[in-house]
Design a protein around this ligand. Sequence first.
Ligand code: NAP
Length: 310
Amino acid sequence: MQTIKILYQITMTVLMMIGSVNLSNAQVPMLKLNNGLEMPQFGLGTYQMSNEDCKQACLTAFRDGYRHVDCAHAYRNERGLGEAVRESGVPREELWITSKLWPSEYGEGKTLKAIDEMLLRLQMDYIDLLYVHQPIGDYVGAWKDMEKAVAAGKVRTLGISNFDLTDEGFHAIVDSMKIKPAILQIECHPYAQRKDVREKVKPYNIAIECWFPLGHGDKNLLSDTTISKIGSAHGKTVAQTIIRWHIQEGFSVIPGATNPDYIKENISVFDFALSDDEMATMRSLNQEKRLFNMTLEQLENFAKGRTLED
Ligand SMILES: NC(=O)c1ccc[n+]([C@@H]2O[C@H](COP(=O)([O-])OP(=O)(O)OC[C@H]3O[C@@H](n4cnc5c(N)ncnc54)[C@H](OP(=O)(O)O)[C@@H]3O)[C@@H](O)[C@H]2O)c1
């Protein structure tokens, strides 16, 4: 097994040297964060993938030029991501790796241990971006440990995920903690453009990263005739037009895909641009219609009922 892995890595290195594999990230713009770091604006989402599916999707994505992957302990596929990184031959420093802590891991003292366990699952020395996944439980205690992990060089950037759900949680982190979040991850797509949240984060220079950027495969969104017409004018699909809209809005965007054709299609959006009129038409599709609605109470029950045993 070890011999096969070594042979694979040698083959990848040779292919990279002769240019048969596109491992260049040059086409994906970098987003400058409020902590001074730069993150690839576009990446791969890994929600609802098994370890093996995640590994294969990441390997395909890295070959197609992706350098940013969004993962989470709750997805139970960090091991697959870690294996893909090691087998890809892409230097670790070229990658932007994100993961998220679940509420059962929150608490001063407890979270540092959870971060070490995460690094073990990923088989990495550091994580580029670490989120508190949900605004429930002792996220303030978790954040204190996350700040210690930054000081120890185990994490580079801190983010909040789903903290649009509660003002209390948002302000507890944004106004009171030493390290400010650089990113807020929320559901966002053309049918829910999240105008209020975008205004709320502006004064703090917090970037928005969009989950469900393609509506989680929503049939209505992916067959929207208005978007299809705009895309056709550029020889692009509806999904590509939506991703391009995200990019031009300044969002970080992480479409999930296991289908290799979709993985390739989704990154092929840096060779065209939507005009001002086309952007205005895309904006007019907004209905602030969320596809995944959860009350704080439902979230509390969900978070309590979910244990992550490994
Ligand atoms: N913080 C949070 O609470 C939270 C919540 C949800 C998601 N996320 C993150 O955000 C990422 C993105 O969200 P998501 O994956 O749920 O939804 P999504 O990216 O909006 O959509 C993914 C779905 O669209 C399909 N798809 C991908 N590219 C396509 C294309 N070009 N044409 C047609 N269909 C296409 C995929 O199919 P195949 O799988 O068949 O390829 C998959 O079913 C997640 O993977 C995860 O990393 C975070």
